[in-house]
Structure formats: C-alpha cells, structure tokens
Design a protein around this ligand. Structure first.
Ligand code: PNW
Length: 446
C-alpha cells in the first residue's frame, strides 16, 4: 500500500468504562454505566464493566503492546466519576493520578496521549439531577474539563471533549439501548443541545487550562437511500441532517441545520426552547481538529411508522462483521470528502478517531489468533483514507478501534474489536494476526 503523508498520526483507541475495571477503587464514583450494566436484562449475558480488561492495573503492559505494534499515539478516555465522583465539587486526586501515570507511561515510550473527556460514563449523581437533559450539566462539564485540562494539558497532545454525542443522544436518551436507558424519541433533543453546549464551554475551559489541540470525536455515517423512490431520498436527507449535520453545523457554522430544526419543530415546537440566545456562539468555539468515528453508512428507507419517518436497513451484498455490520470502506472516503465539501476552508483538520470491526477470532492450538476479516477491514479503510487525502480532504491521523477486546456496551464481551485478544477469565493478552499485520504495515511506512 502506498505511503501516507509524513507526520501522519497512527494510533489505537479505547474508552474508560470499556477497559478500566477497578470500578470500586481509588475513590471512583458510580457512573450511569455501572447502574445500567447492573440492571438485569440490559446487557447481553449479564456482563458488566466491573473488571473489563483490568486496564487500571495492567496499563503498563497495555502501553508496551502499543509500543510493540509501532504506534505513535493512543486515544483513551478519562472517566468523569474517577476524577469527580459526584460530577460536581470535590476532585478525587487518586483518580487524576491514574491518568497522570498513564500519560507519563505513554510519554516514556514516545507515544502521544490523546484524551477524550467524556465517553459516555456520566457520574450517576448527575444523571439523578437530569443528566444531559438538564442545562446545568453543561456547566458541570465545563468545570470538569478545566480540572482535567489543568492537570494534563502540559502533556496531552490532543483533547477531545465528547465521544459521539449523536450515538449517546440516540442510544442513551432516544432509544434506550445504552445508559441511561431513556426512551424519549426525538423528545431527547435537549440531551443533544446540552452536549453541544457543554462541548463549547469545555473547549473554552480547556484553552484556559493551557490545552492547544482541541477537538471532538463525532460519529459519521453517509446516508444512503435504500431505494430510488423520492420518499427514500427524502428519508435519507432527514437522517443525514439528524446524524451528521446536527452535531457538526453548530460547531463549524454556528447554526443548526434547517432540516433538523423542521423535524424537531414538527415533533414538538417546545423542544427548540432549550436553545437560548448566545448558545450557538458558545458551541461554535474554534476547533483545532475534527475527529471522525466511522463504522458504516445509514441505509435508509421511508417508513411512516419510524422516528422522523424512516427505518434503517442492512446494505445488501457485502462482507459483514461479527456484529452484522456491512464492510463499506468507500463510506469512509465519502464521509471525509463530504466534510471537506460541506465546510470548505472552515473545515478543521480531520483525524479518523475510530475505525474498526468486530470479528470472531479463530484461535489455533498453538494460541495464534487469526482475524483475517479485521486485516481486510483495516487495509480497505486505510486505502479509503488515502483516497480521501488524494481528493483533498486533509486527514492527519488514523486511530484503530480498538487496541483490546473490551466491554462492547449492550453487547457485553460478545463482540471483539481488538487488535489484541483478551481472555477475560485470565486477562492474558495475545496479539492477533491483525496486530502483526498493522505492525508490518507501519514498519513499511517509515
Ligand atoms: C462507537 N451505531 O460506538 C464507540 O465510540 C465505541 O465505544 C464502540 O465500542 C464502537 O463504536 C463500536 O461499537 C458506536 O449503532 C455504537 O451506529 C453504536 C453505533 C455506532 C458507534
């Protein structure tokens, strides 16, 4: 495969609740994911993140695995309840110290730390006060962002405020398959607006605290109509507005997309009252980069019974991951070039902050873990990034999701996304074939 621009950032990504474990240690508070995972029936197999990859105790080994792969960067998330157990007031120094040690370990082997402030593990105390539906939370997030920024900005390369506010809004507050498990449909819009407001306030707080590379990791999915009926094209435009533009236009243009406002207004005009004068200029705080998490396009059909008149289907005739998601690398090219086309000169530099797949591992008698699907997946998606660069999208990095097999939210441990296999009973880590492939690929890049 051809070479990427020099200085291109190569990394792997994880998230706190998915890997850390140690949920009762070091003064950590309870998060909405602790509550949700311990509610019977919520997670496949009754799994929880109580132990996960035991990363809090094994981070040195995990950093060594990243180094061994030849990565130059690591994207992790900070668990808010570890740093501020009640989501307001008191800082928990033991929690911040953990991230201190992690960052120092990374720097010790020349890996750039990239930190996400919020990857869905809200302090339960804040959920009890309304969570992201309540406006106050935006200010709590600002305060927390400042705390983390003050402690880590001298050593962290890039900060991301939020991970995938769209997925958190959709699965956490609209549909309820993720924590906090609310099923408000589009009435969950305040959770979208308050995340965006919290993001804008956090950007400002991080800058005050000395951070210089600040962005967000958004989930993007090109909206593909499932048919050529006009209704399907309209349906795809609505999904595009809600999934892609709703969480990006405000950041870059300082306005919500008109189509999304129409949809929300049509649901309940009172929903838009959460947008107060001045909010959009806070939300549009200048960004140094835009993180792109990509998995698959939305395949959209008009369906009067579905939310905003659509239903999502499965793209036919593709290779599928163990999750049943189709492998569609050209959707990544389309996403990256689409962002550049929509925002032009105002488009911040792009980083792919997540790309990866769940694959059933085949473990040989000698312990070798074969995951050919994952090799094909990353190979094709890297080619897709290169195509986007050739077409003028400024892409500066690629973070594979994920370093380790981990707690895959509502799917528990049943879906494995890692370049490194984790035997959850023994916590033994085994680099998979995809790890070796990536290692050889990176060696070839230099
Ligand atoms: C992302 N969807 O979540 C998250 O950032 C990761 O924590 C997660 O492990 C990874 O992707 C794999 O799922 C998503 O339904 C969850 O479209 C669901 C969707 C997309 C992303």
């Amino acid at each position: 495969m051809a070479h990427f621009p020099s200085g291109f950032v190569w990394g792997a990504a994880t998230a706190s609740y998915q890997i850390e474990g140690a949920v009762h240690e070091g003064g950590r508070g309870v998060s909405i994911w602790d509550t949700f995972a311990h509610t019977p029936g919520r997670i496949r197999g009754g799994d929880t993140g109580d132990r996960a990859c035991d990363h809090c105790h094994r981070f040195r080994e995990d950093v060594a695995l990243m180094k061994g792969l030849g990565l130059g960067a690591y994207r992790f998330s900070v668990a808010w309840p570890r740093v501020q157990p009640d989501g307001r007031g008191r800082t928990n120094d033991a929690g911040l110290s953990f991230y201190d040690r992690l960052v120092d370990e990374l720097l010790g082997v020349d890996l750039q730390p990239w930190a996400t402030l919020y990857h869905w593990d809200l302090p339960q105390a804040l959920e009890d006060q309304g969570g992201w539906l309540s406006r106050d939370i935006a200010h709590r997030f600002e305060e927390y962002a400042f705390m983390v920024g003050e402690r880590l900005s001298d050593r962290v390369t890039g900060f991301m405020t939020l991970n995938e506010p769209y997925i958190h809004f959709l699965l956490g507050y609209a549909l309820g398959n993720h924590a906090p498990g609310r099923t408000l449909g589009l009435h969950a819009f305040p959770a979208a607006h308050h995340q965006l407001l919290g993001h804008g306030l956090a950007v400002r707080a991080l800058r005050e605290a000395g951070a210089h590379m600040i962005g967000i990791a958004n989930n993007y999915a090109p909206a593909w109509p499932a048919g050529d009926r006009d209704e399907d094209l309209d349906a795809a435009n609505r999904v595009d507005a809600m999934h892609n533009h709703l969480f990006t236009d405000p950041l870059i243009r300082g306005e919500y997309p008109a189509l999304a406002l129409d949809i929300l207004q049509g649901t309940d005009p009172a929903l838009l009252e959460v947008i107060r004068p001045g909010d959009l200029s806070v939300i549009a705080a200048p960004l140094d980069f835009l993180g792109v998490n990509y998995y698959q396009p939305d395949y959209v059909r008009a369906d009067p019974t579905g939310p905003f008149g659509v239903s999502l289907g499965r793209i036919p005739d593709r290779e599928y991951t163990a999750f049943g998601w189709p492998v569609v690398p050209e959707g990544l090219t389309q996403t990256l070039t689409g962002l550049k086309a929509r925002y032009g000169e105002t488009c911040p530099p792009l980083y792919v902050t997540e790309s990866g797949c769940s694959a059933a591992d085949v473990i040989d008698v000698d312990g070798r873990v074969r995951d050919d699907l994952r090799i094909r997946y990353h190979e094709a998606h890297l080619e897709a990034v290169r195509d986007a660069i050739t077409q003028g999208a400024g892409v500066r990095g690629y973070f594979a999701w994920s370093l380790l097999d981990n707690f895959e939210w509502a799917e528990g441990y049943s879906q494995r996304f890692g370049l490194v296999h984790v035997d959850f009973a023994t916590q033994v880590r085994t680099p998979k074939d995809s790890y070796r492939w990536f290692q050889a690929f990176l060696r070839d890049q230099t």
